[in-house]
Design a protein around this ligand. Sequence first.
Ligand SMILES: Cc1cc2nc3c(=O)[nH]c(=O)nc-3n(C[C@H](O)[C@H](O)[C@H](O)COP(=O)(O)OP(=O)(O)OC[C@H]3O[C@@H](n4cnc5c(N)ncnc54)[C@H](O)[C@@H]3O)c2cc1C
Length: 371
Amino acid sequence: MEEVKITIIGSGVVGLAVAAELSSRYDNIVVLERHNTFGQETSSRNSEVIHSGLYYPEGSLKARLCVEGSEQLYAICNKYSIPHKKLGKIIVATEQSELKILEELHKKGQRNNVKGLVIMDENDINVTEPNTAAIAALYSPNTGIIDSHSLMKHFYNRAQGNGVLFAFNSEVNSLSKENNGFVVGIQQEDYRFKSKLAINCAGLSSDYIANLAGIDIQKSSYKLKYCKGSYFSYAKPSPVKMLVYPVPHEELAGLGVHATLDLSGRLRFGPDTEYIENIDYRVDANKGERFYEAALRIIPGLERDAFVPDMAGVRPKLSGQNEKVRDFVIKDETENGMQGLINLIGIESPGLTASPAIAKMVADIVSKIFN
Ligand SMILES: Cc1cc2nc3c(=O)[nH]c(=O)nc-3n(C[C@H](O)[C@H](O)[C@H](O)COP(=O)(O)OP(=O)(O)OC[C@H]3O[C@@H](n4cnc5c(N)ncnc54)[C@H](O)[C@@H]3O)c2cc1C
């Protein structure tokens, strides 16, 4: 049976970043992907925002890896000319009761080491973003947008240039622990090979892969819940220049319907949150009215007719509706009797932003396993 050193399952932005990082340190790496090319799932169905890291609980992986990842991402974008724009973002309070939440968010951001956060009053806002309904706002100058496909292509090229073998149309359907690693099985070819290390970057199927390896995903609390996020685009010129978000409320599983711009300046609203049983990317046109109303609360004067159903993505969430938000799982599973398996589960937002920092964290875990 053939043998490789490292198998990475999944070639979304996380699997690709991990492949690029590890290939600068190790040879004999394979990436397995069920689609015919990389980045066909969540990594190409998101807001493409480079987040600054202000929302996440202090000390969490989400907070740390987002702050580190955003800095690394800007450096990568500048060095390799990956299309991006540091547009800045405002979180807008539209009523007095939200001012306290805004201040708490400001402090949380500072504790998370997010740089440059400033509270703006109504006068500042009237100068910078006069078309919003804000009575105050938290300004994050380092929030930006990125062409996620170009980023993925960059990681892919780097990994391939370093000798990583990409096997597309290769869906992993078995993963069995052996003395010194794993036997990995691929459905299409009915092919089996040995790998010393298996790194699970399978996004929406990462709980399935953990289960294949023999981990009890209920006991380990790895079972994913799918949380769909739909978008409506705005078919008129954008009245704002920055990304505009509402103040987040605790009951929300996302950040609240917000306004993002793409690199061509097109305005989009979303994503909303809808827990679903089966993956389905269709956008329900009947949601138009709700999107319009939510958008009006932060940007008055929008036109209803310009709201057009756009696209949807699905968050791989570890927490269900009304449950406490969970952190990323990035874990060497030795303590579960699975030496050589590294699980990445629940990599929802800010996974795109955090991807280079996640890759470095995985590389540190790998170096400990091999040493
Ligand atoms: C609506 C929405 C908006 C978001 N907005 C942002 C944002 O603005 N900024 C941000 O930082 N993050 C954002 N995110 C989060 C970000 O998109 C994800 O964290 C990130 O894309 C996850 O990448 P991934 O590589 O882990 O997963 P994926 O991109 O899903 O990649 C997983 C890969 O594994 C493959 N795979 C699965 N099972 C198998 C198998 N058995 N065999 C072989 N291959 C397999 C899949 O085909 C897929 O290619 C958003 C997410 C959503 C849903």
